[in-house]
Design a protein around this ligand. Sequence first.
Ligand SMILES: NC(=O)c1ccc[n+]([C@@H]2O[C@H](COP(=O)([O-])OP(=O)(O)OC[C@H]3O[C@@H](n4cnc5c(N)ncnc54)[C@H](OP(=O)(O)O)[C@@H]3O)[C@@H](O)[C@H]2O)c1
Length: 271
Amino acid sequence: MQRNQFGMPLMGLGTFGRNGPAGIQSILDALEIGYRHIDTAQTYETEAECGEAVRASGLSRSDIFVTTKISTANFGPGDLVPSLQRSLDALGMDQVDLTLIHWPSPRGKVALPIYLEQIAEAQAVGLTRMIGVSNFPIALLQAARSILGETRITNNQFECHPYLQNSSLVSYCLENQISVTCYLPIARGALAGDPLLEELAAAKGCTVEQLALTYALARGLAVIPASARKERLASNFAATKISLAEHEMAIMAAADRGTRYIDFDWAPNWD
Ligand SMILES: NC(=O)c1ccc[n+]([C@@H]2O[C@H](COP(=O)([O-])OP(=O)(O)OC[C@H]3O[C@@H](n4cnc5c(N)ncnc54)[C@H](OP(=O)(O)O)[C@@H]3O)[C@@H](O)[C@H]2O)c1
C-alpha cells in the first residue's frame, strides 16, 4: 500500500453520507476490500459509524489511519479540545491519526491563532497524533506556519481532481513537506463522458474514475473517494493497481479546467 511520508495510505475512504447501519456496513465493506484510511468529520456525523465498522472488521486499530475534522463551530476559546474528545468518544478511540481544521473560520470570525493554538494543544495532550488543515490556500498556510512553526502542519485537504488540479497549491504543499489529500477526487462522477478521458480509459481498459484516482496517486497525493455502492468502492480501490506512462500523465494534466464544485460565499480566497 502506497503511503506518504507521514504513514497515511494514499488510498482513503470518504465517509460523508455513510450514516446509520447502512453507513457502517459500507465502511465495513471498504475495510474488507482493503481500504486502510478513513476520512470523517464532526459535521458528517459519521464518527460513530467509522468506529463501529473498525471494531466489526476485526482489524487492529493501528492498521487503520483515521482522520477527523474540527467543525468551524468549535473554534471558540476553550471549545476545540473538548469537541475532539467528543469525537474520540463517538469513534470509541483514544486517539486519531490526524485532525484537521475543516475550513478557515468563515469571514475570519475567529482569529487564526485562536483555533490553531487549540489544535496544537489537542496534539500536545495526545488526542491526535498529527494535525493539519483543510481548504487552506497558500496565504493562509503561510500564516498558519508562522503561528505553529514549519513542521507542525502535516496535511492540507482540499478539492482536487482532473478538472481542478490546483497545481500551485499542490506544489506549495509538497515543497513545504505538507502532504495533500484530494477531496472530490472523482469530481462526484462528473468526468463520465469526457471524450479525452474516456478515450484514454478505453485504451487502458479502466474507468475515467480510476484514471482520476491513479493520476492523483501518481502525483503523490492521497485520495478519499466515496461511494454507497460496494462494486464502486472496489473499482475505485483497484486504481492503486494502475500506472500511467509519461504521455498519459500529460493527457491527464491537460484535462484541467479550473472547475470548482465546492464553494461558499464565506470560503477563503482561493489560489
Ligand atoms: N474537507 C472538505 O471540506 C471536504 C469537502 C467535501 C468532501 N470531503 C471528503 O471527500 C470525500 C469525497 O467527496 P465526495 O463524496 O463529495 O466526492 P467524490 O468521492 O468525488 O464522488 C462521490 C460521488 O461519485 C459517485 N461515485 C463514486 N464512485 C464512482 C465510480 N466509480 N463511478 C461513478 N460514480 C462514482 C458516488 O455515487 P454513489 O455513492 O452512488 O456511488 C458519489 O455521488 C467525502 O466523503 C468527504 O470525506 C471533504
